[in-house]
Ligand binder design. Structure first.
Ligand SMILES: C[S@@+](CC[C@H](N)C(=O)[O-])C[C@H]1O[C@@H](n2cnc3c(N)ncnc32)[C@H](O)[C@@H]1O
Length: 318
């Protein structure tokens, strides 16, 4: 069960796989915890409670709007807490370079319910809003720039790679054709264009027809996969021996990166498999403690449908 410190309002983000994260990160008093994706602070509140009044919690988020949640969290955290605003791979690298060490690091990837549910952020295909999708509103690239500026080939690649969208090429072509006379400003314009570009039966298939295009643009706008790839080694550098790293991912592209990284680090040796003996001398840096990803229970999915695609992997620094 979650402790009472987790008092969320109806519109707040509900932390995913909270009991599982808590059990596997196994935080004890006196430790330093890094929540690299603070959001509404649900996981932080739970981990801070496990610090039992002793220790430190470092919160990171690139979205300045989490400040209100952090202030609320800090008031009742009972431990020393600070918020570092920025992209987590950069902040983790800076902390590691400054010899800040951690015992537990959590990355709960993607966007929060507050980001998704605020129409003005432009993340949702379900509400008409400016086409934005930046987690950090000060970042240069927005979905509007990408949709109006990228060429057909680049858009096709984005939709195919990050959205696994079957009709990537047709959608990209329709976007490029339309924007000559009507540059895209709003989410509804993109939704209409996607609907018109795909065959009629596909409009009634697997979920909302623009779901995959919106996911792909969000990943590209925020360079989500690049940030994850850069964050994992930085997190491992920050961990003390015995320190735990937990990553919650929400789609196969993210999970693949985490799985592969943990597997490589748990293996150590990078010699080609046909070498009779190891010549690289690389030692394992991680021990994988979740060979299969941990998934939410049916009960959790029922009470929080956004958890349905979540996968948790945890590794320990050796
Ligand atoms: C799924 S939410 C985390 C929710 C949080 N665990 C909670 O319990 O409320 C992800 C958060 O991470 C932030 N985020 C995502 N990618 C980031 C990155 N590369 N750098 C920093 N923050 C990031 C988002 O702005 C968002 O607030």
């Amino acid at each position: 069960m979650l402790p009472n410190v987790l008092q969320t309002s109806a519109s707040d983000h509900v932390p995913v796989l909270a009991d599982e994260v808590r059990e596997l990160l196994a935080v004890v008093p006196g430790e330093t915890v890094v929540d690299a994706t603070f959001g509404a602070g649900g996981h932080s509140a739970m981990l801070a409670a496990d610090l039992g009044g002793e220790g430190k919690l470092i919160a990171i988020d690139r979205d300045p709007s989490v400040r209100t949640y952090f202030d609320r969290f800090k008031a009742s955290a009972g431990v020393s807490a600070r918020l570092l605003r920025g992209e987590f791979s950069i902040v983790l690298n800076q902390l590691a370079a400054n010899d800040v060490r951690a015992d537990a690091i959590l990355l709960d990837l993607g966007v929060s319910s507050m980001q998704l549910d605020r129409p003005e952020r432009g993340f949702s295909y379900a509400a008409d809003a400016p086409l934005d999708m930046r987690m950090d509103a000060a970042a240069e690239l927005s979905a509007r720039e990408l949709v109006n500026g990228a060429d057909e080939r680049e858009l096709t690649l984005i939709f195919r790679r990050y959205g696994e969208e079957r009709y990537a090429k047709q959608i990209a072509r329709s976007i490029v054709r339309r924007r000559v006379t009507h540059p895209f400003e709003r989410t509804s314009e993109l939704v209409d264009t996607v609907k018109q570009a795909i065959p009629t039966p596909a409009r009634f298939g697997d979920g909302h027809p623009a779901k995959r295009v919106f996911q792909a643009l969000r990943i590209a706008v925020n360079d989500e996969l690049g940030a994850l790839e850069a964050a994992l080694p930085a997190a491992v550098r920050m961990l003390r021996p015995g320190g735990r790293l937990a990553v919650i991912s929400f789609h196969s592209l993210e999970d693949r990166i985490v799985k592969q990284y943990v597997r490589e680090q748990a293996h150590g040796c990078t010699c080609p498999p046909d070498f009779p003996i190891c010549v690289c001398g690389n030692e394992p840096t991680l021990r994988d403690i979740t060979r299969r990803p941990v998934r939410p229970s049916a009960r959790e999915v029922e009470s929080n449908p956004r958890s349905s695609s979540a996968k948790l992997r945890v590794a320990v620094k050796v």
